[in-house]
Design a protein around this ligand. Structure first.
Ligand code: GTP
Ligand code: MG
Length: 326
């Protein structure tokens, strides 16, 4: 009850309610994609200082105030350790990729985002994880079921079957433990979270939620320039509820995301993930996938708070994601 109330209060607070953020700065922030307290709370003082044209000390204070107003409280080390102690990992099927993610694959209580262009392996990774979640813990699974939200109609049960058979598992059983829902628009996609909460209450041992793709509907529905703010706000709220779901029920969340050409990039790879830094901050781990040499794929870990920026090579095989071509 109290939680509901504070959530509502949080939604009603605006950027200009933060001491040090006047309407002028708020407009600049909004133009740069920061629409609410959460967006502000997760910024670094230097980024805010640059974006808003204010001193770093003022920026730091504003960020601290936003965090306080949102109750993004600190916890002591023992509380933190307790919260982390039940985190589970799900193997990607590739040791290289697992190592990139800290050793054991993706994590519960975290959002892992994979972005990359078409054919880069986002869906194949999702399908592999959907199967691997069911493995015993000592084999890299979480002994749970997967919910697969398919927004693009690219879920392929026959691929699940092949991947399961590759592990020597009973394919029929594996398929029964993957609950698939097609989301027809962004509202539907958001509503499905309620249904997942319900299923968990009913006792379904869900350990992985996949959303393939997280952003496609949002992108299609809010395509005009003037709609960017609305889109980001809606996406931000959605990401909040995903994170809450992950933390409350010890679930891993794996989302895919498209890229768009970024004409501002003159050197290197001119692609950026959809969703801007709202999604960047909400994702605990971001993987950028691309084609590599000899049919391989390369994953790069972007902006991880606790792991070095690094790359890993893997292959898309009939049996799912692997280190080697088979
Ligand atoms: P979009 O959804 O279009 O943005 O792309 P994506 O990143 O989801 O690509 P996806 O994961 O669907 O990768 C497609 C690629 O996976 C194909 O081009 C193949 O290279 C590979 N692939 C898919 N199925 C198989 C298979 O059964 N065997 C092998 N060896 N490769 C496969
Ligand atoms: Mg795909």
């Amino acid at each position: 009850m109290t939680e509901k109330k504070s959530e509502k209060e949080e939604e009603e607070k605006k950027l200009t309610d933060v001491p040090g953020i006047g309407p002028g700065i708020a407009t600049k922030l909004e133009a740069a994609g920061v629409y609410d307290l959460m967006g502000l709370a997760v910024m670094s003082p230097s980024a805010l200082s640059e974006m808003a044209g204010i001193g770093e000390a003022v920026a730091r204070k504003a960020i601290q105030s936003a965090r306080k107003m949102m109750n993004l409280g600190f916890m002591d080390a023992s509380e933190f350790a307790k919260k982390r102690s039940d985190v589970l990992n799900i193997t990607t099927g590739s040791n290289n990729l697992n190592n990139l993610l800290g050793g054991k694959g993706i994590e519960t209580k975290a959002i892992t985002e994979a972005y990359g262009s078409f054919g880069s392996g986002k869906t194949q990774l999702a399908l592999t994880l959907a199967v691997n979640t069911q493995l015993p813990k000592e084999k890299g699974g979480a002994e749970g079921k997967t919910v697969y939200i398919d927004t693009e109609g690219t879920f392929r049960p026959e691929r699940i079957k092949q991947i399961a058979e590759g592990l020597g598992a009973n394919a029929e059983k594996v398929m029964k433990n993957i609950l698939v829902a097609r989301a027809f628009n962004s509202d539907h996609q958001i509503l499905l979270i309620d249904r997942i909460n319900e299923m968990i209450r009913e006792g379904e041992p869900i350990k992985l939620l996949i959303i393939d793709s997280l952003t496609a509907h949002f992108r299609a529905e809010f395509s005009g320039r003037g709609q960017l703010a609305d889109r980001q706000q809606k996406l931000n709220r959605y990401l909040h509820s995903l994170m809450k779901l992950a933390e409350q029920h010890n679930i891993a969340i794996f989302v895919t995301n498209q890229v768009m050409a970024n004409p501002a990039v003159m050197f290197g790879d001119p692609t950026t993930a959809i969703g801007g830094h709202i999604l960047g901050h909400a994702s605990t781990y971001r993987l950028y996938l691309r084609r590599g040499k000899a049919g391989s794929r390369v994953a790069k870990l972007i902006d991880s708070p606790n792991l070095p920026e690094n790359e890993a090579q893997f292959f898309l095989t009939e049996k799912g994601i692997k280190d080697e071509e088979i």
